[in-house]
Ligand binder design. Structure first.
Ligand SMILES: *Cc1c(COP(=O)(O)O)cnc(C)c1O
Length: 388
């Protein structure tokens, strides 16, 4: 972490005299807002994304959050959506038309993959998935009709990174809109707009809210880009967050730097413990020197967060079952970025009825270190590894 977030997290966007000088902003639980005059009615309609007209568009509680998130990502504006998936689908559908092509990193978040391959493809949008670790492959995939470059750096399972400086320059050269899913690093550890990436998306469900109680998405970008998304899919699909959820996210956001640094420090310690363990074949963690793109990761991110992926030295599925069942402090659940430590064994996606086995080996488990102490989590891993 290299920046001072004090002003943004404590004061920015909070006009306390508007609400009885309360320290915590109120939940403005109102669907609509009254105008003083026809003149003002007109003006507000013309600037609906900034003013308070109707809560599907903007709302005072949500607006505080928008201002803070834009400042955290160092962009002109931001939108908050009902989920990370909504942030991704609104952004892509705002800029794509029939006949357009997208260059996207391979193995993106599962619903991003579905958006391209199953939904936008029905409307005549084509796509090429590329190995995002290979700059030449990204450039070679660009076609005359390519409109967007979609990045996810690092991704949230195997942590492949893209060279953001290169991708931003490439996008300028070919007049593409560059978009990144920055959920893994959060605005605390990586700010892609500072490298020239146009639009930065988050699943705010993860670190930004951070308490495993709200599903929320974030879109950060220039005024023009945000306006286009707002006037298009955001308002048309109706993907706003509720004022109450926005209030919870504001509350979560206050401690974002503290939380993510704690997860990060804990994950570093756990990775050090696991990396030489005789029952562990491999550990993936972008800021460990053993990571293939360690230098790039270190250049672009000031920290890493709590995600790491472990490959067990297991000969049988039984051993993986024993290990996973032996863990008492890591909960078996999707998602990450909350207070609680989690795991997703690839084994979940093997031997499923009527589904092909996952291409990811069953020896692999994705972990998230939450806010518990490193010693507490390492003790749990130790006793479970002994059961393999
Ligand atoms: C969770 C996640 C999403 C989707 O966000 P939701 O808030 O669950 O809709 C998108 N990208 C990444 C990398 C994620 O981990």
């Amino acid at each position: 972490m290299s920046k001072d977030y004090s002003e943004i997290l404590t004061h920015l966007g909070e006009i306390r005299e508007n609400y009885f000088n309360s320290i915590s902003p109120p939940v403005i639980q109102s669907s609509n807002f009254q105008f003083d005059s026809i003149q003002q009615f007109r003006e507000f309609i013309l600037h609906e994304s900034k003013e308070h007209v109707y809560t599907r568009g903007n709302n005072p509680t949500v607006d505080i959050l928008r201002k803070k998130l834009a400042a955290l990502e160092n962009t002109e504006d931001a939108l908050v959506t009902s989920s990370g998936a909504a942030a991704i689908s609104c952004t892509l559908s705002a800029f794509l038309s029939q006949g357009d092509h997208v260059v996207c990193v391979e193995k993106p978040y599962s619903w991003t993959y579905k958006l391209l391959t199953e939904l936008l493809s029905r409307f005549g949008v084509t796509y090429t998935f590329v190995d995002g670790t290979d700059n030449q492959q990204i450039e070679a995939a660009i076609q005359p009709n390519t409109k967007l470059l979609y990045l996810e750096s690092p991704n949230s399972l195997t942590f492949e990174c893209q060279d953001l400086t290169f991708c931003a320059k490439l996008s300028k050269k070919y007049k593409l809109i560059s978009i990144i899913d920055n959920s893994h690093a959060s605005p605390v550890f990586q700010n892609p707009a500072e490298y020239g990436i146009d639009i930065v998306i988050h699943s705010g469900t993860k670190y930004i809210n951070g308490h495993s109680d709200v599903v929320v998405g974030v879109i950060c970008g220039s005024k023009d880009h945000i306006q286009r998304i707002f006037q298009g899919p955001f308002m048309t699909f109706g993907t706003n967050i509720s004022p109450h959820d926005a209030w919870l996210v504001l509350r979560g956001l206050r401690t974002l730097p503290l939380r993510i640094q704690q997860s990060d420090a804990t994950a570093h310690k756990i990775v050090e413990y696991l990396i030489d363990h005789p029952k562990v074949k491999k550990v993936l963690f972008p800021l460990h020197p053993s990571f293939p793109q360690y230098n790039l990761a270190k250049k672009q991110m000031t920290g890493c967060g709590g995600l790491f992926t472990v490959e067990l030295k297991a000969e049988t599925k039984e051993q993986v079952y024993n290990f996973v069942n032996g863990l008492e402090k890591f909960l078996l659940a999707v998602s990450w970025g909350g207070h609680e430590s989690l795991m997703i064994p690839s084994l979940v996606f093997h031997d499923m009825p009527e589904r092909p086995d996952s291409p990811i080996p069953w020896t692999i488990i994705r972990f998230y270190a939450g806010l518990e102490s490193p010693d507490y989590l390492i003790a749990d891993l130790k006793q479970a590894l002994d059961q393999i």
